[in-house]
Ligand binder design. Sequence first.
Ligand SMILES: [Zn+2]
Ligand SMILES: [Zn+2]
Length: 241
Amino acid sequence: MSNNRPKVKIIKVGTTYIAPSEQASNILLQIKRDLGIGGGSTVTLIEADRRILVDTGFDYEWLDTPVNGQKNAENLMRSLKDLDMVPDDIDVVFITHWHKDHFGNLGIFNKAERLAPNGIVERFGLKDFRGIENQEEITSGVRMILTPGHTIDHASLTVNTVAGGITARVTVAGDAVISHGYFDSGRIWQYNADFYSVNKARESLLHLIDVSDVIIPGHGDPFMAYKPPWTKSKYNKTQSK
Ligand SMILES: [Zn+2]
Ligand SMILES: [Zn+2]
C-alpha cells in the first residue's frame, strides 16, 4: 500500500535575501545579489497519480527582462533534467500564492493543469487556473490547506507520504514558512506590499505544526516539524480556536 503513496522531491531549494537575524537594507540586498543569491522560491515535485509541481520559482524577480526569464527557464529545466524530466512531464502546477518568485516560470509548463487557491484565482482573475477550496484533495493523499498571513489567500499542500520507509506527513508550506530560521524564531516576513496579518501568519504556523512531520519552507531547506519556543510564549494566545 505504501507504494501507492505520493512521493515528494525537492527540485530546487529556494533562497532568501534577509535572514531573520538581519536588518533589511539596500546594502544587504546588494551584497546578497552580488553573492549570487537569486531569492527564488523552492520548487517541489509531488509524484502521485499525477506529477504535481508546487511553485515554479524565479530568481532575481525584479529583473523583468527577457534574458532573466530565459536564464530562469533554463535553470529550472536543467534541474528537471537531473531527474530525467522535461516541463511537459508535469501534469499539474500548483501555486501557493501570487508572488513572482513563486510563479515566474509558469510559462514553460504548457501541458500542465494550473491550480491555485480559490481566493487567488478570483482576486487576480486567473482565467487559465482552476480554483481549489480549503481542505480539498487535489489527488489521493495531497490536500490543500489555507495558510493566510503572508498574503490573505496563501495556501499550503499537505502530502501523506513515506520518507525513509516511515509514514510521514510532508507539508509544502510556501511562504507560510519562509525558512527554518523564521520558523524557529517566530519572526514573520513582512516586506511584501500585500502582507496580510502577523496574527494570521502565526495561527497558520501553529496549524502547520499540528498537521506536519516535515516542513518544506518557501525559501530554505526542509526540516522536521516541532514546537519552537515562541509557541509556548504569549504569541500562542493569538490562536483563535
Ligand atoms: Zn517567496
Ligand atoms: Zn511570497
